[in-house]
Write a protein that binds this ligand. Sequence first.
Ligand SMILES: Nc1ncnc2c1ncn2[C@@H]1O[C@H](COP(=O)(O)OP(=O)(O)OP(=O)(O)O)[C@@H](O)[C@H]1O
Ligand SMILES: [Mg+2]
Length: 249
Amino acid sequence: MTRIIAISNQKGGVGKTSTALNLGACLAEKGKKVLMLDLDPQAHLSIKEDIWLEGIDGLAFIKGEKELKSNGRDFNLIHSDLSLSSFESEFSNKLGRDQYLQRAIRKSEEEISKYDFVLIDTPPNLGVLTTNALTACNEVVIPVQTLEFAKQGLEIFLAMFKSVEEILNPNIKSWNVLCTMVDFRRKQDKEILEELKNEHKGHIFNTFIRTNSKVAESPRAQTDVLSYAKNRAEDYINLAEEVLKNDKN
Ligand SMILES: Nc1ncnc2c1ncn2[C@@H]1O[C@H](COP(=O)(O)OP(=O)(O)OP(=O)(O)O)[C@@H](O)[C@H]1O
Ligand SMILES: [Mg+2]
């Protein structure tokens, strides 16, 4: 069964897109078939143009206007652009507004089932694109920085996520916090990491992503850290291994 993972947190700049991009690349490197979906109108994930699926974009896909078509490659991306923000304005008051992506995925079920993973990058808000991702997925990864405001923001996300799980998506098999941009030169990072591990036992990755200049630089080269600096991709390689080990199917 395809593992559909939403990468989500309403807090901005916590590493959602970097997680999608680099986890996707590491899973693909391990021979998995990976489809990424850019569900953020900022379209940062779409920077990796070399893996765009042709003839489709995020807005057309979520609206059910276009179905997936195979291109024979194993690592693909449904790209987006700013026009995806029109979904938020046009569909926010429509009946079934949270279930468009779920329906689109079902409509393309045959194509989707060829992938081992679908990774969905979401915007930094709790709007209708985020609720669509959380309704369509069966797993959630929640990137959180080891900073006090980020830790507080996580509680806001979890409260919303739990009501989506209860009302809209009983099929969620797992959710896990991922600590990102951890910097042990700051004393608080170790403390906050330990606090998060205690507070979310069973729902936090053992792997954490350290601050890494190559991760920050790779988007400028329109790629992921594995392609940009393989010897600095260790944390994401470990994350991919942990994700593979956590298979609940
Ligand atoms: N491990 C890391 N080390 C250093 N910089 C990082 C790391 N991870 C992400 N960054 C940088 O931090 C910034 C924010 O990361 P990213 O865009 O992935 O976050 P985001 O949660 O997707 O943001 P948004 O909420 O705006 O969508 C980017 O400039 C990114 O390159
Ligand atoms: Mg992002």
